[in-house]
Unconditional design. Structure first.
Length: 249
């Protein structure tokens, strides 16, 4: 492909020189024009089957940009995201010569493979970016089902499931951990308040500690997302929490 393009450009330059000669060499000009036409025909023959591929690449670029914009990831994943986003393919598109996209596609494949590997190892933790000065009182979490929650912050709203938020039980694939279960129970509880049970209080406290840590990491907020237990005598969130089904409240 590239040799044909280079040859065509060289022929165009030669044709320009011939046309500028006096007298003009008509035979040579015709020969060059024929060769240019042959190059164009050959280029079109090669490119035609790749039009679908070209549209697929454009769609991939669009999807990648959209996905990366809404999925803040762990520090290493952010580095990989930046490496992908700054590739010429994503910044300028395919350009005039689609063959230049080959190396970029290979780079994207390698970096996406690393992202997938980190995800499989549980090293990708979703982070929800909030504006500076955000308090827990400015955050709302509303359960839409046992596994899905709607999260509203001062500048965004998103739907996530427990796995995306880092609440998957690593011992039971596809199941939520105890921290998520407690968060769900808290959403269903009257006034979002749960007292420490007499039986197995350590188990509940462990779930609360895990939930507290995950929420602080999730929103990158240092304050405690729960009211002081010694003062209020129950577990209660400082953020807004609800369950969408009134029958479960």
């Amino acid at each position: 492909m590239k040799p044909l393009v280079r040859e065509r450009e060289t022929l165009k330059q030669q044709l320009s020189e011939v046309n500028g000669q006096v007298p003009r060499d008509t035979i040579k000009a015709n020969q060059i024009q024929q060769r240019i036409a042959d190059c164009n025909e050959e280029i079109n023959r090669v490119v035609e089957p790749l039009r679908e591929f070209t549209e697929g690449v454009r769609s991939l670029v669009k999807q990648l940009k959209s996905a990366f914009r809404f999925l803040p990831l762990s520090p290493r994943a952010q580095e990989l995201r930046k490496e992908i986003e700054t590739l010429p393919l994503l910044m300028r598109g395919l350009g005039d010569d689609w063959t230049e996209a080959r190396d970029d596609l290979l780079a994207i494949r390698m970096r996406l493979a690393e992202l997938a590997s980190q995800s499989a190892q549980g090293n990708l933790s979703l982070r929800i970016e909030v504006p500076p000065g955000t308090k827990w009182e400015n955050i709302q979490m509303r359960f839409l089902s046992d596994e899905t929650v709607e999260i509203t912050t001062p500048d965004s709203r998103r739907l996530c499931n427990f796995a995306e938020l880092g609440f998957e039980d690593r011992r039971k694939s596809g199941a939520p951990n105890t921290a998520w279960v407690f968060l769900r129970e808290l959403a269903r509880a009257k006034d979002n308040e749960i007292k420490r049970p007499v039986r197995e209080p350590a188990r509940v406290e462990k779930a609360v500690q895990a939930l507290r840590k995950r929420l602080k990491d999730l929103f990158a907020l240092g304050d405690d997302p729960f009211r002081p237990y010694r003062q209020v005598k129950h577990y209660a969130p400082t953020f807004k929490l609800s369950f969408s089904n009134p029958d479960d409240r």
